[in-house]
Design a protein around this ligand. Structure first.
Ligand SMILES: [Zn+2]
Ligand SMILES: [Zn+2]
Length: 185
């Protein structure tokens, strides 16, 4: 699968439970496949504690913006960019296959915003420690763009994002589809 950012660069595949992550060695961006959201919500998954983080919650204010990048999976299908104003973070989504694209800068911005949210929680010692570890990885990210994908809880954070987008903000989906229809083909 080609990187939506670098076009002709092939991404590297990493299996994380039921989902596959593709990362681009050149730009450090990550593609997160659809995954099995129902399974996440229904199971006694230790990752579920990340869902308590007060990030991109129901009161969030979003902007939906057309993205010039195309889905690496659905080839000609354009991605749509979702920007959250309060934290100034964004992700790009494919409304067709429900995959998520995160460029390296956004991934770092999201980790920093999640860290701020976790620091306000009383009972989040595990998450605070885990986020401290990834913050150390981000410091060296300029030399090693892939290091963040080795972070154990990356999958949990990506699932949390996905959960917010597809389960807590059902209106967003119709906005995403609407935004894509208005794009020139
Ligand atoms: Zn790339
Ligand atoms: Zn797609």
């Amino acid at each position: 699968m080609h990187c939506p950012q670098c076009k002709l660069v092939n991404m590297q595949t990493m299996k994380m439970g039921p989902v596959t992550i593709d990362e681009c060695a050149q730009c450090g961006g990550i593609w997160f496949d659809q995954g099995e959201l129902d399974q996440v919500i229904g199971s006694a998954d230790p990752d579920l504690r990340w869902l308590d983080i007060d990030f991109w919650k129901a009161n969030s204010d979003f902007a939906v913006v057309p993205d010039s990048k195309t889905c690496p999976k659905c080839s000609r299908h354009h991605l749509t960019r979702l920007e959250e104003r309060a934290t100034d973070t964004s992700v790009s989504l494919c409304s067709n296959c429900q995959g998520i694209w995160l460029d390296a800068n956004q991934l770092h911005a999201i980790i920093q915003a999640v860290t701020r949210c976790a620091s306000r929680m009383d009972s989040a010692d595990y998450m605070k420690e885990s986020l401290r570890q990834v913050a150390d990885m981000i410091d060296t990210a300029s030399q090693k763009p892939l290091s963040i994908s080795r972070w154990r809880d990356l999958q949990a954070v990506l699932r949390m994002l996905k959960y917010r987008i597809y389960s807590e903000h059902p209106k967003l989906l119709s906005m995403l589809v609407g935004a894509q229809k208005s794009l020139p083909v």
